[in-house]
Ligand binder design. Structure first.
Ligand SMILES: NC(=O)C1=CN([C@@H]2O[C@H](COP(=O)(O)OP(=O)(O)OC[C@H]3O[C@@H](n4cnc5c(N)ncnc54)[C@H](O)[C@@H]3O)[C@@H](O)[C@H]2O)[C@@H](O)CC1
Ligand SMILES: Nc1ncnc2c1ncn2[C@@H]1O[C@H](COP(=O)(O)OP(=O)(O)O)[C@@H](O)[C@H]1O
Ligand SMILES: [K+]
Length: 500
C-alpha cells in the first residue's frame, strides 16, 4: 500500500469526487459515518465534547456530533473560528443547528474553554491534513488545555497539530488515545517521535477510489500481509536442500555466544537449505549443542573471530556481526571479508560499529549489501538527524548513493532501498525490545538472501516475518516475558504464507 503525502491525499479526495462520482458533502458524511461507527463499537461512554475549527476536519466533527446525537449520546460542540468556514463546514453547521438539543459554543478566548467532566470523551476535530504551520494563539492554547484537562481523546484523521508529512517537533499537538485516520497511514503516524500523540491508530475505510493509486508515485510503501504474500516464493515440490542455498553466519565471541546461537537458529528456520556458523573455538560446543543442524567453521582463535582461511565465495549468502566485538583482529577479519566476498553481505551489530570507525571502507561493501542498524548504530554510521523525518530521508539518500539496503530498526522498521523507495513495516510489538531480537533478524534475512531473494526482498520479507513471529510469541508469553528465542520458536508463522 502506497503512503501518500498531504497533497496526494487531497488529490485522492478530488479524484474520488470526480470519478465515483460523489459530492464533497456526501464524502464528508461517509467519513464521519465511519468514525461514528467505530466510536459506537469501541467506546462505552455517553458524553462527547467535540472540538472543531472551521475547516473540513471541523466539518467531520460536526457530522460526528449529529450522528452521535442520533444515537442518543450527550453531545456538546465547541467551535474555534479561525477563518470563514469551508462550504462543507458551513452546511454541516446549519444542519447541526437544526437539532436544538446540541449546544454549540463559540470559543473566542481562553475564558470560553469549558470544564470537562471526567467521563467525557473528547473528539479532536481541530486540524486534519490541512495543517500547514505551527498552531499559535488560541488554537495552541486550546491544544494545551485539552492535553492538560481531558482524559479520553479521539483524534479525527490525525492528532491536531501534527503535520502529515513533515516533522512537527516543538509544535503543540493533541495527545490522543486513539486516532481514527481515513483510508491510509499518514507518514507522521509511522514515526516514533509522534508516538506520544497518536496512541492507537485505526485506519478507517472511507472508500476512496482505488484507481487513483495507479496514477500516483510515492517514495514510501506500507508493508502488510498482502504485500508480503506477493513477495513470498512457495517451495517447489521437487526441490532439494541444494535449492535453498547455503548461508554462513559469522557471529559470537567469548561471553557472547548467545548472539551466534540466536542468529544461526533463526537462519535455520528461515527456509534455507544449509547453515554454517563461523565462531571462535570457545563457541564450538555451545553452537553444536544449541543448533546441531548447523555446521561449524571453527576460528583458530579461542575468543574472537580472526581468520578467513576458507573459500567464502562458496556460500550463497553471508551474515556478519552479532556478538563479534571490535577486537583489532576481528576488525582485520571484517576488512578481509569485504574484499573477498563479491555478493551482498548482511552486516549487523559490531560489524556496523567497526564500519562506523572506518569510513574509507564504504566503497568495499558489495553492492546491495544489507545493513541493519538500530537508531544508535545508524547515528554512528551516518549522522545525528534533527528529527525522524530527517533520519528516514538520510537512510533513503545513503541507500541510493551507496547502493545499499538500510534496515533502520524500531517499532515501524524502515527499509530504505537502492531504488530510492522506503518501506515501513507493520508487524511486531514492544515485546521484541529484548536482547537478541536483532540477532534473530540477521539470521532470518541472511537465510532469505541465501534462498535467492533479492536484497530488498530479503530485507522487507525478513523484517515482516520477524515481526509476525514476534507477534505470535507475544500471544503465547505476553510482551513482558517473551525473549528473543521465542521469536525463533514462532517462525512457524511462515506457514501462513505457504497456503495458497
Ligand atoms: N472532501 C474532503 O476533502 C474530505 C476531507 N476530510 C477532512 O478534511 C480534512 C482536511 O481539511 P482542510 O483541508 O479543510 O483542513 P483542516 O480542517 O485540516 O485545517 C483547517 C484549515 O486551517 C488552516 N490552517 C492550517 N494550519 C493552521 C494553523 N497552524 N493555524 C491556523 N489555521 C491553520 C488551513 O487553511 C486549513 O485549511 C481532513 O483531515 C479530513 O479530516 C474528510 O471529511 C474526508 C473528505
Ligand atoms: N517496540 C517494538 N516494536 C516492534 N519491533 C521492535 C520493537 N522494539 C524492538 N523491535 C525489534 O527488535 C529488534 C531489536 O534489534 P536490536 O536493537 O539490534 O536488538 P539486539 O541488539 O538486542 O539484538 C529489531 O528488529 C526491532 O525492529
Ligand atoms: K484532528
Amino acid at each position: 500500500m502506497k503512503i501518500l503525502s498531504a497533497a496526494q491525499i487531497r488529490e485522492w479526495d478530488q479524484y474520488t469526487m470526480q470519478h465515483e462520482p460523489i459530492s464533497p458533502i456526501d464524502l464528508m458524511e461517509r467519513a464521519a459515518e465511519a468514525c461514528t461507527h467505530w466510536i459506537l463499537e469501541h467506546i462505552s461512554q455517553d458524553i462527547f465534547y467535540i472540538f472543531c475549527t472551521t475547516g473540513n476536519n471541523g466539518g467531520d466533527g460536526l457530522v460526528i456530533a449529529r450522528l452521535l446525537k442520533s444515537h442518543n449520546k450527550q453531545v456538546k460542540v465547541f467551535v474555534l473560528s479561525l477563518s470563514a468556514g469551508t462550504d462543507c463546514f458551513n452546511i454541516n453547521l446549519e444542519r447541526l443547528k437544526q437539532i436544538s438539543t446540541v449546544e454549540i459554543i463559540t470559543l473566542k478566548s481562553t475564558s470560553d474553554f469549558p470544564s470537562i467532566p471526567n467521563d467525557a470523551v473528547i473528539i479532536d476535530a481541530l486540524f486534519g491534513t490541512g495543517l500547514n504551520r505551527k498552531p499559535e494563539g488560541l488554537a495552541a492554547e486550546l491544544i494545551h488545555f485539552i492535553n492538560h484537562t481531558a482524559k479520553h481523546v479521539i483524534a479525527i484523521d490525525i492528532p491536531s497539530g501534527l503535520l502529515c508529512d513533515r516533522s512537527s517537533k516543538d509544535f503543540p499537538v493533541i495527545k490522543a488515545a486513539h486516532t481514527l485516520s481515513f483510508q491510509c497511514y499518514k507518514p507522521a503516524l509511522l514515526l516514533p517521535e509522534n508516538a506520544v500523540y497518536f496512541g492507537n491508530v485505526h485506519i478507517l475505510d472511507i472508500k476512496l477510489h482505488t484507481d487513483f493509486l495507479h496514477t500516483v508515485d510515492t517514495n514510501y510503501e506500507l508493508v502488510d500481509f498482502n504485500f508480503i504474500k506477493q513477495l513470498y516464493k512457495p517451495r517447489n515440490a521437487f526441490s532439494h536442500k541444494g535449492s535453498f542455498g547455503h548461508a554462513l553466519i559469522i557471529a559470537g565471541s567469548y561471553g557472547k555466544m548467545g548472539a551466534a546461537v540466536l542468529s544461526t537458529r533463526a537462519c535455520l528456520r528461515s527456509g534455507v537449505g544449509l547453515v554454517s556458523a563461523h565462531v571462535p573455538s570457545c563457541g564450538v560446543t555451545i553452537l553444536q549443542t544449541a543448533a546441531p543442524e548447523a555446521m561449524c567453521r571453527v576460528d583458530r582463535n579461542e575468543k574472537v573471530i580472526t581468520k578467513l582461511d576458507y573459500d567464502v565465495t562458496s556460500y550463497s549468502a553471508v551474515g556478519v556481526g552479532p556478538g563479534i566485538g571490535t577486537d583489532s583482529a576481528t576488525t582485520a577479519f571484517l576488512h578481509h571479508l569485504l574484499v573477498a566476498y563479491p555478493k551482498p553481505l548482511v552486516l549487523d551489530a559490531d560489524a556496523l560499529n567497526i564500519l562506523s570507525e572506518h569510513s574509507e571502507w564504504w566503497p568495499l561493501l558489495p553492492p546491495h549489501s544489507i545493513l541493519t542498524p538500530h537508531p544508535k548504530e545508524f547515528a554512528r554510521l551516518f549522522e545525528e538527524n534533527k528529527d525522524d523525518f530527517a533520519r528516514i530521508e538520510t537512510a533513503l539518500q545513503q541507500a541510493r548513493t551507496k547502493n545499499l539496503v538500510i534496515v533502520l530498526k524500531g517499532h515501524r522498521t524502515f527499509i530504505a532501498t537502492p531504488s530510492g523507495k522506503g518501506y515501513f513495516n507493520t508487524s511486531g510489538n514492544a515485546g521484541m525490545a529484548t536482547g537478541g531480537s536483532g540477532d534473530v533478524l540477521t539470521g532470518i534475512i541472511t537465510g532469505l538472501l541465501a534462498q535467492g531473494y533479492s536484497s530488498s526482498e530479503a530485507a522487507i520479507l525478513g523484517v515482516y516475518i520477524h515481526g509476525m513471529a514476534g507477534d505470535q510469541a507475544a500471544l503465547h508469553y505476553g510482551m513482558g516475558p517473551m525473549i528473543a528465542g521465542d521469536i525463533i520458536d514462532n517462525l512457524s508463522v511462515i506457514k501462513q504464507l505457504e497456503t495458497v
